[in-house]
Design a protein around this ligand. Structure first.
Ligand code: TRP
Length: 364
């Protein structure tokens, strides 16, 4: 497994990074100005990659006083597959992972796409605001379509093609103004900004109705799985947060390293070793460089032992919370979603009513 660095910054990435730093300062000053919308496709229980790349950051924002809204994007599961698996069971696992990681349902809204009809209805006017040519240029959709073709031999579905616009509905239904993203997600946010801008121009010229949400660039850590590729549920190379201690030990035993004995932090040249160093450093509260120096000539075996220990200890509180919650899982999760869906529906109903008003489609 490995943690890769972000791609070489382009001009627009540099601008986004500078803006994100300014937003962080603003969050520290006035967190109540921000509503963050983000979420996950419920295709499996969450893993170490989710925790390091997104989940910890969401909890940080929540605890800083930002209004966080999390969509469990069940309609996104059917963008690229026919078999959704046992959705109620998967959604339950994802919600348990959120709670165990520190998401507090009293402060953070957790809802599912399919339970919020007014959100989904926004997709229709929003689709009218973008062209097919624009949708075709989205590099992430292209990459996902290639992946769906390779994995399941199926062509791109209409829902996959249009899901960036659906994400615009996810973000705008609640007037989200901040979206934590990795660099590869910037094109999606551009779609949302375009939809918001064009809606305002066309229907709310006098007083803009939707915010143009901004990206909060996350210090993007790509955690690698035990096969050296990016950790992902669908590759079967992930360490799930809910895994046992024994499974964690076995995972790191399988993890790839390289044939050089001396351990050093070299993300470009030695991605697998760098990945272990980043994960270990994260949980041990040190830097990859210092961790590398402490292992040095003791080699990959020692490195794995140190990282395994740090992860097992670091995840212990999360796993204990998760086990306690899981004992009451159906009821706990039902309550969280009932509350979150009710909140999301109230907000979405209001937004759709405003949108119909602005579009002149209220007839009685
Ligand atoms: N596509 C995201 C994922 O799989 C989940 C998601 C759905 C999302 N809607 C969103 C993220 C809107 C950000 C904004 O991880």
């Amino acid at each position: 497994m490995t943690v890769l660095t972000t791609p070489a910054p382009t001009a627009s990435a540099a601008v986004a990074q500078a803006r994100s730093a300014a937003i962080e300062a603003e969050i520290a000053r006035d967190p109540g100005r921000f509503r963050v919308l983000t979420g996950d496709r419920p295709t499996g229980a969450l893993h170490l990659g989710h925790l390091l790349a997104t989940l910890d950051n969401r909890v940080r924002l929540q605890d800083a006083g930002v209004d966080v809204v999390l969509v469990v994007a069940d309609y996104q599961v059917i963008t690229d597959r026919d078999d959704t698996g046992d959705l109620p069971a998967v959604v339950r696992e994802v919600v348990l992972d959120y709670l165990a990681a520190g998401i507090d349902p009293a402060r953070t809204t957790v809802f599912t796409h399919s339970a919020v009809p007014a959100l989904n209805q926004l997709l229709l006017p929003f689709l009218s605001l973008v062209s097919v040519a624009e949708l075709e240029r989205n590099p992430t959709v292209k990459a996902e379509a290639v992946d769906a073709e390779r994995r399941q031999g199926r062509g791109m579905s209409g829902l996959l093609f249009t899901y960036p616009v659906h994400q615009a509905a996810d973000i705008l239904f609640c007037h989200g103004n901040l979206v934590p993203v990795g660099l590869d997600q910037l094109p999606h946010l551009e779609t949302t900004r375009t939809v918001a801008r064009r809606f305002n121009q066309r229907y709310a010229a006098a007083r803009p109705y939707f915010p143009e949400p901004e990206a909060l660039l996350t210090p993007s850590l790509t955690v690698l799985g035990d096969d050296g590729a990016k950790m992902s549920k669908s590759r079967g190379n992930a360490l799930e947060l809910r895994a046992s201690e024994d499974e964690t030990v076995a995972f790191f035993r399988r993890a790839r390293t390289d044939s050089e004995r001396h351990i050093a932090f070299d993300p470009e040249g030695r991605p697998e070793v760098a990945n272990l160093l980043r994960i270990g450093a994260h949980f041990a509260g040190t830097t990859p460089e210092d961790l590398a120096a402490s292992v040095a000539d003791a080699g990959a075996g020692r490195l794995k032992a140190v990282v395994t220990e740090a992860v097992v200890e670091g995840l212990r509180p999360l796993r204990e919370r998760r086990r306690a919650l899981a004992a009451d899982a159906p009821a706990v999760v039902r309550d969280v979603l009932a509350r979150g869906n009710a909140r999301a529906n109230a907000v979405a109903d209001r937004t759709l009513a405003d949108v119909r008003d602005l579009m002149g489609t209220v007839y009685s």
